[in-house]
Ligand binder design. Structure first.
Ligand SMILES: Cc1cc2nc3c(=O)[nH]c(=O)nc-3n(C[C@H](O)[C@H](O)[C@H](O)COP(=O)(O)OP(=O)(O)OC[C@H]3O[C@@H](n4cnc5c(N)ncnc54)[C@H](O)[C@@H]3O)c2cc1C
Length: 308
């Protein structure tokens, strides 16, 4: 990197800067190499300041939440990783709205809303990401998705450093798509508008949690569903029909319990996971004509693996 890294790190004033951090400890796949530096901003102002510094010096950066939808290259990330974590994770209720900072646990928010007598986020129990990650991915399950409940949100426009507060406009959310996604926009908080509980919210949340325990390979590290749902079909069904359940590359395996999940059975590398993703894509395409798109976000370089 053509700059004085240490001197620049010192300019992330209010931030705790860790050097050469293994991303395996910050991702639910438990794989991947090191980030050049990992910074956990303690406040919105600290994040804005740090973004100002990286832009001023042209330092590459990435933003992560809880790392539950990420596959980080084994070669690591030659960039500063900003992790929006617990320090920016407050949740409060006011006038029928729930305000959550981006670093809050999305599942904890969902649980809190139900405990307080509201419905609309029951489906989010068991999604292990942060509120910011849920907004960035427009996370969803069991017929619900983030877009339906976000009334307003606040983000940092990374290029200008400005804090923008707005109601999401038409087209800002789609299926596992959001306009509020790093690196351009970094969600820092959102207001969720929910309906009073119809009396069934607790039971629905318990039912969804039980379904996850029964149908998902939760005992193994993974990033949830590896692929997006193709139009009119299900990734898991296509993978199963292609005979890929239980297929392995190194320590990565197509789960026998739920073919939509690739799991780390122990000792998998990100290269194993990536190569298995590619294999699944090729085989499913050959059998069904459908090319599965990963839902999992790739961080760092994987392009060298495609040449093998
Ligand atoms: C067991 C399991 C079950 C899962 N079930 C579901 C499910 O039912 N439905 C579902 O949708 N997902 C599911 N997931 C995937 C994952 O939990 C969600 O996508 C989650 O919303 C990701 O949040 P995160 O904080 O971990 O984001 P990360 O994985 O850290 O980041 C994901 C993306 O969001 C961006 N990002 C993160 N924070 C911000 C921010 N503050 N501002 C802007 N961009 C940001 C990152 O740059 C990256 O592109 C599951 C994962 C696991 C491991």
């Amino acid at each position: 990197m053509p700059y004085q890294f240490d001197a620049l790190c010192a300019r992330f004033f209010d931030c705790d800067v860790q050097r050469n951090v293994s991303m395996a400890q910050y991702t639910s796949f438990r794989t991947g190499g090191c980030a050049r530096a990992l910074v956990e901003p303690q406040s919105v102002e600290a994040l804005q300041n740090a973004l100002f510094v990286v832009h001023e010096y042209g330092i590459p950066y990435e933003v992560i939440g809880n790392g539950t939808n990420l596959l980080v290259s084994d070669a690591g990330i030659d960039a500063v990783v900003f992790r929006i974590g617990e320090a920016m994770g407050a949740i409060r209720q006011e006038n029928g709205l729930f305000f959550a900072e981006a670093g809050a646990s999305f599942a904890a928010l969902a649980k809190r809303t139900v405990e307080c007598g509201f419905m609309g986020l029951e489906w989010a129990a068991g999604i292990p990401g942060s509120v910011g990650g849920a907004i960035a991915m427009n996370a969803g399950a069991y017929g619900g998705e983030v877009a339906e409940t976000v009334q307003r949100l606040t983000y940092v426009d990374a290029a200008s450093g400005a804090l923008v507060d707005e109601a999401p406009a038409e087209g800002t959310f789609g299926y596992r798509f959001s306009a509020y996604r790093a690196p351009e926009r970094i969600a820092v908080s959102a207001a969720f508008s929910l309906m009073p509980d119809d009396g069934g919210a607790k039971a629905r949340m318990a039912e969804y949690t039980a379904k996850r325990r029964e149908k998902q390979p939760l005992a193994y590290p993974s990033a949830g569903s590896t692929f997006k749902r193709p139009a009119g079909n299900f990734a898991g069904a296509l993978i199963e029909q292609a005979g890929l359940k239980g297929v392995r590359v190194g320590g990565a395996e197509v789960s026998s319990l739920h073919a939509g999940f690739i799991i780390n059975t122990g000792g998998a590398t990100s290269t194993d996971v990536y190569n298995l993703i590619r294999r699944v894509q090729r085989v499913v395409h050959a059998q069904s004509g459908i090319w599965l798109e990963p839902e999992v976000r790739l961080l760092g370089s994987f392009s060298n693996l495609d040449e093998q």
